[in-house]
Write a protein of this length. Structure first.
Length: 472
């Protein structure tokens, strides 16, 4: 991989990148940045967690000057959270160059947005609906736009935003540069690109480059009724720093986060029915580490980059392979290691195989942990806490008391009692969860798996680059 110095960036950019802690360009950045800086239209296809934001963010910020008072760059994202997150990263990239980026999204007070617009950002990151609003009100004018980025284009397609995007693109002067990023390239996205892009260069980073290789992917065969207890045991054994639990429905998110709280875990749910301020606050608490378990639907968590997620639990198996890749992409970001565990009910085993086949990734089967293992996990934690106190704290004030206690009781018994007090013992508070019907993958049923072993090879060195005339 190349260092950023080799990409001929300006000093302010080099400074902000090193400030952000990036040392080397990721594969998609290495390929996309030089091309985008030449002014080429670009289609970048890569898994989540591969650094697509900076791949378009760096050329965007390099392209503009701080003294300009017009909006010159626009990034369109599927969700509000993603808009906020991308704007954050662009603001970090632009900090020394003085390039301002403003996120624009529905649910946010329009007057506040108008005020923020008066600060003359050079770049706007917005969701399609709210951008259309501003276009209609003429509070955002697009005639000076030089660069457009469509981020997570496949997701915008899934969410039914294609027509909005077309309407927006039609308003933007044709001599603009257009970049499109997507984890997958379904037909309608290809059509969109053909219609609105000029001779785009294709960059395709195949599989396993960054994150995915670093994620240990496992599954457990679990009966629907057992799922909750197994999850609790896993949390006890693995005591993750930050975990995301994925469920299929909003109701499930609500029920599961409530159930986890009843059993003494600090969990919060996030899904599309929550107000924006509620979602913001949950995400903030999660990033700060105030809550340890985030329970989420796919849509709510898609595209979010929350660093430090160590564990992803697929409480319900994802509907489709893309969903699986998105979910597991929440952990092991940017080279860190992560663990993903998928619960599969016996009737969903076919579906699991289908996901493995399409994603060309094998999940390792793990046995369901026992209660004893869960207790041992918690005991180990208590012991570690105790030893840390021994090493790090001043115990002088407690020594006298300890000596008194030792006159009556032997040391092993005393220590055992202290450990018991520190150990979180299995909680059996009853909880209520509505059962989900097993997922029967329609495609999975007629699927042949015989060739699985042979097909499992993936590309060796990740990147391929289509030439000028490359076709889909
Ligand atoms: P994607 O959009 O492809 O899913 P992101 O742009 O959200 O990925 O990046 C994922 C994470 O990797 C973020 O935390 C980002 O700050 C970090 N990152 C991006 N580029 C680099 C790099 N060159 N070196 C280290 N970390 C990086
Ligand atoms: Mg992204």
């Amino acid at each position: 991989m190349k260092s950023f110095d080799e990409l001929h960036l300006s000093q302010p950019l080099i400074r902000s990148i090193s400030n952000m802690g990036f040392e080397e360009a990721t594969p998609i950045q290495e390929l996309a940045i030089p091309l985008a800086m030449e002014g080429r239209d670009l289609i970048g296809q890569a898994q989540t967690g591969t650094g697509k934001t900076a791949a378009f963010g760096i050329p965007l910020v390099e392209r503009f000057t701080a003294d300009s008072e017009q909006i010159q760059g626009i990034v369109i994202t599927p969700t509000r959270e993603l808009a906020v997150q991308v704007a954050e990263e662009l603001n970090k990239l632009g900090q020394f160059k003085g390039i301002r980026t403003l996120p624009i999204y529905g649910g946010q007070d329009i007057n506040r947005q108008l005020k923020a617009l008066q600060k003359r950002p050079q770049i706007i990151v917005g969701t399609p609906g709210r951008l259309m609003d501003h276009m209609r009100r003429k509070t955002i004018r697009l005639h000076q736009i030089k660069m457009v980025v469509l981020d997570e284009a496949d997701e915008m397609l899934n969410m039914g935003f294609i027509e909005d995007i077309e309407a927006i693109l039609q308003e933007i002067p044709e001599e603009r540069q257009t970049l499109l990023f997507s984890a997958t390239m379904p037909k309608p996205i290809q059509a969109l690109a053909q219609r609105f892009m000029k001779n785009p260069e294709m960059i395709n980073i195949r599989a396993k480059e960054l994150t995915v290789a670093a994620i240990e992917q496992t599954y457990m065969e679990v009966q629907e009724k057992q799922k909750f207890d197994v999850l609790c045991r896993l949390l006890d054994i693995q005591s993750p720093d930050l975990a995301i639990v994925f469920c299929r429905t909003k109701r499930r998110v609500d029920e599961l986060s409530e159930a986890l709280n009843k059993r003494g875990y600090s969990a919060e749910g996030i899904h599309g029915d929550l107000t924006q301020s509620r979602r913001d606050s949950v995400l903030r608490q999660f990033k700060e580490g105030t809550i340890e378990v985030l329970v989420a639907t796919d849509v709510a968590a898609r595209g979010l980059d929350i660093s430090g997620v160590t564990h992803v639990y697929n409480f319900d198996i994802p509907q489709d392979p893309e969903g699986y890749v998105h979910r597991t992409g929440r952990t092991g970001r940017a080279g860190k290691t992560g663990l993903a565990i998928t619960f599969v009910t016996p009737r969903e085993m076919d579906h699991l195989k289908f996901i493995e086949y399409v994603t060309k990734r094998r999940m390792v089967r793990k046995p369901v942990p026992t209660i004893t293992e869960a207790i041992e996990g918690q005991q180990r934690l208590a012991m570690e806490r105790l030893l840390r106190v021994v090493e790090e704290e001043d115990l002088l004030q407690y020594r006298g008391l300890a000596e008194d206690l030792l006159e009556e009781t032997d040391s092993v018994t005393l220590l055992a009692a202290a450990l018991k007090m520190l150990t979180k013992e299995p909680d059996t508070t009853p909880v209520e969860l509505t059962e989900e019907a097993p997922l029967r993958g329609k495609r999975a049923k007629n699927f042949k798996f015989q060739q699985r072993g042979h097909r499992r090879e993936t590309s060796h060195k990740g990147a391929t680059r289509g030439g000028r005339n490359s076709r889909w």
